[in-house]
Each structure stands twice: as structure tokens, then as C-alpha cells.
Design a protein around this ligand. Structure first.
Ligand code: G3P
Ligand code: MG
Length: 347
């Protein structure tokens, strides 16, 4: 019988299949590893009855830091080495938008981190809600910048600035203030703060790094996520203008994210394992039916049946409810998911 802890005979890398992991609710909850996740990683790295190593990548909707920083953090949490070459977060594909817009408002995350992520992606001129409040503190009647925020925010005259696009990179730390600023821009004449459009159809486009309404953090019950902010913003816009607001979300379940993941995995297998052919199966392990299972299943249809969805019970999905999108299999933990894939490949 299979045992995750038996000594491997010898270690070789399989080119037949690979794994892709969601992070929150599968490997981590509220900054702490889910206990089975550490063993699951060891199994992938050769600590299994067959002595095989299985290539893997991470595809999270989370973000708020550079990919490099997130990988350092994940390496510590899971006691393995995680490289940016095997990691995608919600805002990673936004990198491809850097050349398209000149001045962008970046919303969300801790302090100045998301500004730095955006600048690292090549965005030329990145402003934050803090810069806007610093220029005109009347913008947000109930939010005053802390001393540190005031010092870190940049001086600028926003009456002379055109904001070309709005990017929500990570969860907002101040829904009221951030939504006020986004709404001001949406209602503006062509993205200039302090102006009001007569038609409400000339504001900048809004992009969210993902659309998870809830996610799995340290609380026993799910917590509101970026998708909730998106819904709230769309409802407010409608209430104020009577019009529908169209925004765009990246991340899972968008097909583009899975295409991006496929390219990343291909490169990763080539660079680290010298595998040149595509895998027959990619097992995707997630906890959120609406993002992980939905995206995997839809992408599977377009990718000649190569993506296989596994739902775990350690995060958003809770036993007793029927998942809105049906996975190939539901298991308790990420360790069970890894063992399921390995056993299925032996048959
Ligand atoms: O904000 C992060 C969250 O919505 C989902 O992260 O790793 O479960 O895709 P993940
Ligand atoms: Mg998750």
C-alpha cells in the first residue's frame, strides 16, 4: 500500500503529469500552513512509495507583494524552496498592461507595496489613494493619513493629472476611502479628479486582480474578498448614475490565467527538469468552486482534457453544501489530493 512516509527507492522526475495549487484555503490559512500541506510538498519532492518527483506550480488569486516576496514567504511557511518561476498571483498577468496606460491609480494592499509591484511591472506613472488624499484631504472626510502614510505619499497636483486606468491590485484596507476615490474618477471628465462628466461614460477603465467574493483566512468562516468590493462599487455606481458599470477581473476562473499558468508550467518543467513535452494531466487543487473548479473545468475543455479539478474541504468549500461547479473529485486535504493524483497515474 501507498505510504507518504516510506523511503523512496530512487528519485526521478515524472514528465507525465504535474500539479498546480491554489494557496489560501489549500496550503495556507491566515498566514499559517495547513498541516497536511507540508507533507504534501514532501511527497511531491520524492518522499513517496515510488521515489518520483512531480513538478508543481502555484496559482493564487492573492497578491499585494512582489512575486519574489510572496515566494520567500511561502518557502518559509511550507519548508520548501519556491521560485517566482513557479508562481502566479492575481496581479501577475496585469504586467502585460503596463505599456498600454500612462498614469494609473493602484489600489489595495499594505502601505506602498502595490505601488512598488506596479512599478516593477513597468507601469510608468503610478499614483495611490494616499497621493490623492495628500493633495486634497477633503477627498475622504472620514479618513486622515497617518504620519507614515503622509510621508510615503507623493506630492502632486491632481487637477493637472489625467488618470488613464484604475487597477485594484490587492484587498482594500479602507473600503470607504478607496471607493470614494474610484467613484470620483469614474464620474470625472476623462479621469481628471475634481471634474464631473455630464454623461458618466468617460471615466477610466477599472481592473481587479481577481473576483473572489469570499476567501478563506484565519477565521472559521469565510471573509469578504475583492469580488465583494467589486460588487459594492458596481452597485454604488448604478445607484449614483443609473448606469451599469463594466469592470474587468483577472485571476481564476479567467481562462487567460490558466493559459498563463500553462505557459509558466511549460517553462518551469523545461528550465528545472529538462522536460520538453507538455504533461498529459495537470491536477489543480483548489478550495473555491467558483474560481478554482470553474476555471479548471472550463480550461480543461479547451486544453484537450489535460486539466483535472480537485476540491478540498479545508477552505471556502464546506461539507453539507453542493459546490456550484463540480470537481472531478472532492477530498479532505491537499495531501489527499496529491495522493489521489499519484494513485490515479499508477492505474
Ligand atoms: O485574496 C486572496 C484570495 O481571494 C484567494 O487566494 O490562493 O485561494 O486563490 P487563493
Ligand atoms: Mg483558495
Amino acid at each position: 500500500p501507498l505510504s507518504a512516509t516510506s523511503t523512496p527507492p530512487e528519485t526521478s522526475v515524472t514528465d507525465k503529469y504535474a500539479f498546480a495549487f491554489d494557496i489560501d484555503g489549500v496550503l495556507i490559512r491566515g498566514g499559517r500552513p495547513i498541516p497536511e500541506a507540508i507533507e504534501a510538498m514532501q511527497v511531491l519532492n520524492g518522499k513517496n512509495a515510488y521515489g518520483i518527483k512531480i513538478p508543481y506550480i502555484f496559482v493564487t488569486n492573492g497578491g499585494g507583494k512582489t512575486e519574489q516576496e510572496r515566494c520567500i514567504q511561502l518557502s518559509k511557511q511550507l519548508d520548501i524552496e519556491v521560485s517566482p518561476g513557479q508562481f502566479i498571483c492575481g496581479h501577475t498577468p496585469m504586467r502585460e498592461m503596463a505599456a498600454k496606460y500612462n498614469t494609473v491609480l493602484v489600489v489595495g494592499g499594505e502601505g506602498e507595496k502595490c505601488r512598488h509591484v506596479a512599478e516593477g511591472y513597468g507601469f510608468k506613472d503610478v499614483v495611490t489613494p494616499g497621493d490623492i488624499i495628500k493633495d486634497n484631504p477633503d477627498t475622504t472626510p472620514f479618513r486622515t493619513l497617518t504620519k507614515a502614510e503622509h510621508e510615503n505619499s507623493r506630492d502632486r497636483d491632481f487637477s493637472k493629472t489625467t488618470i488613464d486606468a484604475i487597477f485594484v491590485f490587492a484587498d482594500s484596507r479602507d473600503w470607504a476611502g478607496d471607493q470614494q476615490i474610484i467613484l470620483d474618477l469614474l464620474l470625472s471628465k476623462g479621469g481628471v479628479l475634481g471634474t464631473r462628466s455630464e454623461t458618466f461614460d468617460e471615466g477610466p477603465p477599472v481592473f481587479f486582480s481577481h473576483n473572489d467574493i469570499v476567501w478563506s483566512a484565519s477565521h472559521d468562516l469565510t471573509r469578504l474578498g475583492m469580488g465583494a468590493l467589486r460588487l459594492s462599487l458596481e452597485a454604488m455606481y448604478k445607484a449614483v448614475t443609473g448606469k451599469e458599470l463594466n469592470t474587468t477581473a483577472f485571476g481564476k476562473p479567467q481562462i487567460g490565467t490558466f493559459q498563463f499558468a500553462t505557459r509558466l508550467l511549460q517553462q518551469w518543467r523545461k528550465d528545472t527538469h529538462r522536460i520538453d513535452s507538455p504533461p498529459d494531466t495537470v491536477y489543480f487543487v483548489g478550495d473555491t468552486p467558483e474560481s478554482d473548479v470553474r476555471g479548471t473545468n472550463e480550461f480543461n475543455k479547451q486544453s484537450e482534457n489535460t486539466w483535472y479539478s480537485i476540491l478540498v474541504r479545508t477552505g471556502v468549500f464546506q461539507e453539507g453544501t453542493k459546490p456550484k461547479f463540480t470537481p472531478k473529485i472532492t477530498v479532505d486535504t491537499v495531501l489527499d489530493a496529491v495522493m489521489h493524483g499519484i494513485e490515479r497515474e499508477r492505474q
